[in-house]
Design a binder for this molecule. Structure first.
Ligand code: 1PW
Length: 205
């Protein structure tokens, strides 16, 4: 019975796999559903991660509402629609889809680096997670958040426990699944990065 609510890396993989269309557009529905899966995972890591998962929940919820309200189907369409009133108007909008997605996008890079580290076989999960964070999100966070994040990472379970929480079978299978999932996540990341770069949106306040 508990299995219905349990996290499985499989659902995250399926969601990110379904994100990119033939035209290389990133579909928001599977993107956000992939994030919902990741959030369940974060929540299963315990209360030290709750400040991290709360922020992710707030951002995913806001984007879901915007998608519903404005019928944004893809990240490309959202950028196009929000930019229609001009870059200055978008920059002045604190609750825009673009600035909200940019935060999740940066966090996705963290996830990608962390999963790559896990796959590499290094058993020091806290170190892997901290390195991934320092190479990605940390530069966008103020000191207090960096400190709190680093403290939370110390509470990460061991590599074996981690692979177990992924819920895809024995460790070898979990590692194989990571190998399968990482290219999809990387692809979504690169397309979004290129789009934001082209539209000069990588530093939206
Ligand atoms: C173990 C694998 C974890 C992967 C999931 C990554 C979730 C990333 C969420 C990080 C959030 C840290 C705490 C909140 C920080 C916000 O200030 C910050 N949000 C993000 C996502 O960077 C910036 O958001 P803001 O204040 O500009 O709305």
């Amino acid at each position: 019975m508990a299995a219905a609510a349990a996290f499985s890396l499989r659902e995250v993989l399926d969601a990110f796999r379904g994100c990119v269309t033939e035209q290389r557009e990133v579909l928001l529905e599977p993107y956000l559903s992939g994030w919902r899966g990741l959030i369940r995972f974060l929540q299963s890591l315990g209360t030290v991660f709750s400040f991290i998962s709360k922020d992710a929940v707030a951002k995913v919820t806001l984007l879901e509402e915007l998608c519903h309200q404005h019928r944004f189907v893809s990240v490309q369409r959202m950028v196009q629609q929000e930019l229609a009133a001009g870059p200055a108007a978008l920059r002045a909008q604190p609750g825009s889809g673009c600035r909200t997605l940019l935060r999740l996008h940066r966090a996705l890079r963290w996830l990608q680096l962390f999963l790559q580290g896990l796959r590499s076989g290094d058993s020091r999960t806290s170190v892997l997670c901290t390195d991934a964070y320092n190479a990605s999100l940390a530069q966008h966070h103020p000191w207090l958040i960096r400190k709190a994040a680093t403290v939370a990472f110390c509470a990460l379970p061991s590599r074996d426990a981690f692979l177990d929480i992924m819920n895809v079978g024995p460790p070898e299978e979990a590692v194989a699944m990571l190998g399968e999932a990482i290219p999809y996540i990387s692809d979504v990341y690169s397309i979004t990065q290129e789009l934001f770069e082209k539209n000069d949106l990588l530093d939206l306040p």
